[in-house]
Design a protein around this ligand. Sequence first.
Ligand SMILES: Nc1nc2c(c(CN[C@H]3C=C[C@H](O)[C@@H]3O)cn2[C@@H]2O[C@H](COP(=O)(O)O)[C@@H](O)[C@H]2O)c(=O)[nH]1
Length: 491
Amino acid sequence: MSDDEADPELLELLRQSLFVSTKRTDEISSDTGVLKDAEYIYSNAIDVSIDMYGTKAAAASIYTSMEERGYSTDAWSQHELHPKLTEGFSELDLVNFVFTMDLLNFSFWSELSEVERYQVDYRGKRWTGYNSLVACLRRAIDDGVPITTPSYWRSERASGEALKHVFRSATAEQIPLMDERVAILREAADVLHESFGDPEESVEETIDEPAAMPIDYEPAGRTDVPVTVSEAVADDRHSTEDAQDALASSNEAKGPSDAVDGNSLTTISSVQPLEAHQGELVQDVVPGAPATESDSPKDAADLRASEAVVVERLPPPDHSIVRLISKADHSAGKFVNLLVKHFPCFRDETRFDRKKVRLLKRAQIFVADLWAAFGGAGYGEFNDIHNLTMFADYRVPQMLHSLGVLSYSPPLYYRIQSLQTIDSGHSWEVQLRGCSIWAVELIRREILRNHAEAHVNAVLIDFFLYDLAKEGERTHEGLAMPHHRTRSIWY
Ligand SMILES: Nc1nc2c(c(CN[C@H]3C=C[C@H](O)[C@@H]3O)cn2[C@@H]2O[C@H](COP(=O)(O)O)[C@@H](O)[C@H]2O)c(=O)[nH]1
């Protein structure tokens, strides 16, 4: 938008104040504005640019690899830790799990070595990064802690200690931003109860523990928001060749498979819903119980036997998130805007060149995860899923740079390579995030230009690039550090 164009938001406000607005004020648009803002950031960026040749080459490799893998929404359920209906999770359980996960789906990177960094013991493995979050939720559910039930987050049982136990680490490093995560859960529980709760659904006594964060979050990038100065750490070990090798080798590794419709829908099997077990007495490990995964099962059993284990009822089924979904009328864009309207922790917005820009990473990835988890049907049915953009995290930008799609000005490149910090909300951080969103859009357009029949959208391309980054991590020595590391709740 050039300087002399009127800001559409300002115009709308003026119309509303003059009562000449055509839009009902309470009407929720299905246009998130993220892609437009990403294009604005790209058009005005001076330290991050998109290489058109790199974009064309990446589009061709990504398309080939996705086709050969038959990459689709099915990949979501193939993730070892993602909950599945076939495991006995009900559809309500799945909705609540994905919401909980994406409330907390941010900032898992660590300065420490692969051995010392935050990691979670679950199913005999050590999980790091995003996987550590999913492992914590699964472990808590296995232990009978209703961590994915919103009413639990505001109940007396969800004490600080109990929640710390849920996210406990197998190493000395604890999960980053734990206070912020607790505040986000409590705030979301209050919003769900007040705006989407069922008066009939009995709610447990609420907790009066003050939220550790100001409830009304400032837009991302404000220094008064309790985030530590970001660490621009780049150990971008993936050279472009490495990344393209990773793409190529992933084709061999996957072998030929039927080309699958990018939106292929998994059928939702009807299984015994978990909430049917509601009301059963379950053992809830007393928070802080000394038994830990590293103890032998016998020790743990003995300790539990000697401890007065609190036997608690699971809370009643909580349909508040399902009610929230129903307000979106199967529009992904409208759902994202609803989340941003009601939940401050989803307001991933900042300023670039004096203009407010929206990036909305977690609001969008939640809708996308629902879409993928339900195979585009049921609670995951959205008629405009193609309106979602790439999710501006700290992993996919690294992949885009490795693939030669993103390139940096010498000052930014030097800043990243020399491990100097970039403040959260700094123009460089916004350029990296906004240009990543726009780059994935250009890749999507390039694929469809050459393969009009391809069933790809920004969500699947993003998921694919994230999974590729994680595969690259597993096949390359050590953990590739993300480019710009910002300790923030936004991504
Ligand atoms: N753009 C984008 N960002 C993603 C994901 C995912 C996982 N999505 C699953 C669902 C479908 C896919 O198949 C994946 O299996 C996590 N993240 C973000 O990365 C960071 C964690 O990185 P690390 O510390 O290395 O695990 C953190 O900001 C987290 O929010 C994604 O898909 N796209």
